[in-house]
Ligand binder design. Structure first.
Ligand code: OXD
Ligand code: MN
Length: 589
């Protein structure tokens, strides 16, 4: 008798018609074979999937060049197919599930002809964790198989674990013919199923990541009383050796990965990394909130990464273990056969290929690496890896931080008055756009809890769920907001950022332990200049005052904009959030 898993794989093969099926076991030998297939057999646009890089300077590193139309997540082609539109909410594209499946069945018919179908059994979370989920993804490209092996705990043991169950998490992925017209990333939350076609890009194709661990997991969390969040998890060690665990949610281009593995500028303080992208938060038997990172790798943005901005990531990328390291759409120094990107430690060489493999002309003003070029690397390489990383229970969370990039208005750090007030801060958080993407620079985009592209159901219900979670905890974490990006009148950053951000984290952990002062303002508790540790840093009192100032007159426009945003969720918006809004309005207007 075939198991439900075998039956499911067989059905997908009947539809997609691969030349053969390979069940992956996650072994090192298999990884070597996959790299060989990618270098010698499979092609994208007529070129190999992988190129071997300089193994002396970049051990186990390979370059991957994607299809030129396939370089980022495609939110407009991403759908969450709940039975009704209201459940998906105004924050998601929606299609009726049967209609979506019919369309995808047509697009998938024979899409793996001439290709290998890889069956990837993997766990999100440590296999011994009560919060872990057993998953299987099918794909038809070695790049995705290898990437999933770096990012997840892939092993044939998962097949045993699934046994005769059919409630495992399913993902069906094919690159199709990379045609953007035939590209869709469809989620079926009630079936724990993701169906993705036409793209090999990480967020669209590594289905354990954004698709399952955020969109579908957020829906599971809503129904099962936990949270799946777009958050960093880190431990902050103080000079006495105590470690306080915090999570932080930030939209892209706010330095989330740099924060997760920060090299502290304050003597005696250290940051320990648990995750840089996804946190699953559960209430433990003691009534406290615990976090696990369901992943075991980083899929990070290369441009801007250097020994100055993130020395621990450079060490991670140059580290050695049996996981390969992939560089996707970076430039290549042809002389040295090394990857390169804008902002890296060394200048570009004289003979460079751009991210598409074409000769790069520096005077062309085009970047050599794609602005969204990425690395995929094992978290076990990182020198700052927390010793709790593999703890199946997770780590107890004392603070939740919401960040964003705001040139004005928002102080360096604010503590919420209560859980409810903190949730309101999360709902109104957002970030100004940067030049890294091709939209207007400096435009504010609200992105509640940094989850707008990843919440797999109606965000108004999600806010209600956050409020409910707070009332279920014995000691809910304190909630804070941070903003490293406030500028002076000339547009210069007021705060040095990077390793100096530890001073803000110190205030946060001191507040948790009742060791630091602050003043009450209409938007929350803000440190006074003397509450921030400034030994060893050259910052004027004037700058610090500006960084920590709250000017209610400046908040008038902001308040109007917040209201417009909250109203976009209609009548489902929880009254508690509207009450917090009203309090803010009364104090500032
Ligand atoms: C990511 C993202 O790739 O948030 O992590 O877009
Ligand atoms: Mn992310």
């Amino acid at each position: 008798m075939p198991t439900p898993l075998e039956k499911w794989v067989h059905q997908q093969a009947e539809l997609t018609k691969p030349d053969r099926i390979h069940w992956c076991d996650g072994s090192e030998e298999e990884a070597r074979w996959l790299m060989k297939v990618g270098m010698e057999q499979e092609k994208i646009n007529g070129s190999p999937v992988f190129y071997l890089l300089n193994q002396n300077t970049w051990p186990h590193a390979y370059l991957h060049r994607s299809h030129p139309t396939d370089v980022a997540r495609t939110e407009h082609l991403t759908y969450v197919c709940h039975p009704d539109k209201e459940t998906a909410g105004p924050n998601n594209n929606w299609m009726e599930p049967e209609k979506a499946k019919k369309m995808l069945t047509n697009l998938s018919n024979g899409c793996m002809r001439g290709r290998i179908m890889y069956v990837l059994p993997y766990m999100m979370g440590h296999p011994d964790s009560p919060f872990a989920k057993a998953c299987v993804q099918i794909t038809d490209i070695s790049y995705v198989a290898v990437s999933m092996r770096i990012m997840t705990r892939m092993s044939k043991k998962v097949i045993k674990k699934i046994g005769n169950r059919d409630d495992f998490v399913k993902g069906l992925h094919s690159v199709g013919d990379f045609n953007p017209e035939k590209r869709f990333i469809m989620h079926f939350p009630d079936e724990h199923f993701v169906w993705s076609i036409g793209s090999g890009y990480g967020g669209n194709a590594l289905l354990g990541k954004k698709c399952f661990s955020l969109r579908i997991a957020s829906w599971l969390g809503y129904n099962e009383s936990w949270l799946a969040e777009h958050m960093v998890i880190m431990g902050i060690e103080d000079p006495e050796g105590n470690i306080t665990y915090v999570t932080a949610a930030m939209p892209s281009a706010c330095g989330k990965t740099n924060l997760a593995m920060m090299e502290s500028a304050l003597p005696g303080y250290r940051v320990w990394t648990i995750g840089d992208d996804i946190a699953w938060l559960n209430i433990g038997p003691d009534g406290n909130l615990y976090a696990i990172n369901p992943e075991i790798g980083f899929f990070g943005v290369a441009p801007g990464t250097s020994s100055k901005t993130n020395p621990n990531m450079v060490k991670t990328l140059k580290g050695q273990n049996f996981y390969p390291t992939l560089f996707t759409n970076t430039a290549l120094n042809i002389q040295t056969n090394e990857p390169w990107w804008e902002g890296f430690d060394v200048p570009a060489g004289d003979n460079m290929a751009d991210w598409q493999g074409k000769a790069w002309v520096p005077s062309s003003n085009k970047p050599a690496a794609h602005p969204n070029s990425r690395f995929t690397v094992s978290i076990y390489n990182t020198p700052t890896l927390s010793r709790e990383f593999d703890n199946p229970k997770g780590v107890p969370i004392s603070a939740i931080i919401f960040g964003g990039r705001r040139s004005k208005l928002l102080p360096l750090v604010v503590e919420a008055f209560s859980w409810q007030h903190g949730v309101f801060i999360g709902t109104r958080s957002g970030s100004e756009t940067t030049a890294a993407a091709d939209h207007q620079v400096g435009v504010l985009r609200r992105d509640p809890m940094a989850m707008l592209p990843f919440c797999g159901y109606n965000m108004a219900d999600y806010f209600r769920h956050w409020l409910r979670m707070g009332s279920k905890m014995k000691n809910p974490p304190k909630i804070f907001s941070v903003n490293w990006f406030r500028t002076d009148e000339d547009g210069n950053f007021l705060w040095p950022g990077f390793g100096e951000n530890i001073r803000v984290l110190k205030w946060i952990i001191d507040r948790i332990n009742n060791r630091a002062g602050g003043r009450e303002t209409p938007i929350g508790i803000v440190p006074r200049p003397e509450d921030i540790e400034t030994s060893g840093i050259d910052i004027s009192k004037e700058k610090l005052e500006k960084l920590l100032s709250v000017d209610t007159r400046e908040w008038k426009d902001e308040i109007q904009d917040i209201k417009k945003f909250l109203d976009s969720f209609g009548r489902k918006m929880p009254s508690e959030i509207l009450a917090e809004y009203q309090k803010l309005y009364n104090q500032c207007v």
